[in-house]
Design a protein around this ligand. Structure first.
Ligand SMILES: CCCCCC/C=C/C(=O)SCCNC(=O)CCNC(=O)[C@H](O)C(C)(C)COP(=O)(O)OP(=O)(O)OC[C@H]1O[C@@H](n2cnc3c(N)ncnc32)[C@H](O)[C@@H]1OP(=O)(O)O
Length: 359
């Protein structure tokens, strides 16, 4: 499936919020893709040669020929998404942002009202985490740990929070073959999860939509999890021939008890936001229609609390667990390294990539 109608509507809203003019060439491209996506191929009469503006628009639209509406919608969403990161859209930002970081391809990052916000920004891929995104999240967390903010929030752009590991990560095989790939992936995963274990400030997830795989397991390392009632929580590891990561083999049984943790991590039961809240994984659930407003009101109130007291309180709670969490992370990565070479895993990934299986 290509970009959904919701992705398209989000993109249309984002365009209105662009703070910098993207230039005429890009505006014409946006216009053409929008018209193609909503009306199909151009069948309007060609404007006269002196009607420069309308002729340029007509030319851009007409140049798309018989491009299918769906493809145009997808390309429109992609183009807006790339503009949002490079030209700093304010759609993900509450008013009065005092600092925004560009230089991320897969994320948007802002600092405002004492809150650093890191937004997964691959909406057309349901915010699947590719290798670049793993690296950028680590870089963003390191920057957030040192900036002026008192808390850090992770959320997703579009209809998903994140669909977890990008399964195409498995297709980029180095010269050393699949063994080397599995080894490198285990090293990357360990380093990635370590960043969450060691993150020094309160870390909050605003789960705006469905969450899958590693985007769910990591929640056990967050300090608060706010969820839209549209969000779901799914860890289909057995279906994928894989095993738990993100320290979930330790945090989930502790949070929800071994029976519920087994339902999720071994049998792949998908939880609704309310179920995840009842089981202690989610702090609070909000109606989707008021999610952003209510969550940001709450976060802004938290951000006014004395930052050092919050940081030290987190440190006291986390310190007694840190060594254990690092050991669990190391063990989970080592087990996964073996699983990635198994037929069960290779078949599951190849089924996804050949579109035989979606969750
Ligand atoms: C360094 C390695 C570390 C590894 C850590 C271990 C981590 C483990 C995990 O996270 S396991 C979980 C992995 N995730 C999945 O298995 C989810 C796979 N995706 C799906 O099943 C579906 O895409 C969906 C249910 C999330 C959404 O379905 P639907 O609404 O029908 O949308 P599409 O399937 O059409 O998706 C749109 C678009 O996005 C691409 N996409 C979505 N998720 C992923 C993904 N996880 N990996 C790669 N690509 C993904 C999908 O292919 C479509 O792309 P296209 O438009 O066709 O180009």
């Amino acid at each position: 499936m290509r970009a959904s109608q919701k992705d398209f509507e989000n993109a249309m809203n984002q365009v209105k919020l662009l703070k910098k003019d993207p230039g005429n060439e890009v505006k014409l491209k946006l216009y053409a893709l929008f018209k193609q996506a909503t009306e199909g191929p151009c069948n309007m009469p060609k404007p006269g040669v002196f009607d420069f503006v309308n002729k340029a628009k007509w030319d851009a639209w007409n140049a798309l020929g018989s491009l299918p509406k769906e493809t145009a919608r997808h390309n429109y969403v992609d183009l807006v998404s790339s503009l949002s990161s490079s030209l700093e859209s304010s759609s993900q930002v509450e008013p009065g942002a005092d600092k925004k970081s560009t230089g991320y391809e897969t994320l948007m990052m802002t600092l405002e009202d004492g809150i650093t916000k890191i937004v997964f920004n691959r909406p057309t891929k349901k915010n699947a985490i590719n290798t670049k995104m793993y690296d950028e999240i680590m870089r963003a967390l390191k920057a957030a740990s040192k900036d002026d903010s008192s808390l850090t929030v992770l959320t997703g752009n579009g209809d998903y929070y994140s669909s977890g590991n990008d399964l195409t990560n498995f297709t980029d095989i180095p010269p050393g073959g699949v063994e080397e790939k599995a080894k490198n992936s285990a090293i990357l995963l360990r380093e990635f999860v370590d960043c969450f274990i060691d993150f020094p400030k309160p870390l909050i997830a605003a789960v705006n939509g469905p969450a899958v795989g590693i985007s769910v397991t990591l929640l056990g390392l967050f300090d608060a999890v706010f969820a839209s009632d549209r969000a779901t929580f799914h860890t289909p590891f057995s279906h994928l021939g894989q095993t738990p990561e993100g320290c979930s083999s330790y945090t989930f049984p502790k949070i929800m008890g071994p029976a519920k943790a087994t339902e999720m991590l071994v049998f792949g039961k998908k939880l609704t936001a309310r179920e995840a809240c009842t089981n202690g994984l989610v702090t609070e659930v909000f109606p989707d229609s008021t999610f952003q407003k209510e969550v940001w009101t709450r976060l802004k109130a938290f951000a006014k609390l004395p930052p050092n007291a919050m940081r030290i309180s987190k440190e006291v709670m986390r310190n007694s667990e840190k060594e254990k969490l690092h050991a669990v992370n190391a063990e989970e990565c080592s087990v996964l390294q073996g699983r990635w070479l198994s037929d069960e895993c290779l078949n599951a990934v190849s089924n996804f990539l050949s579109r035989k299986a979606r969750l």
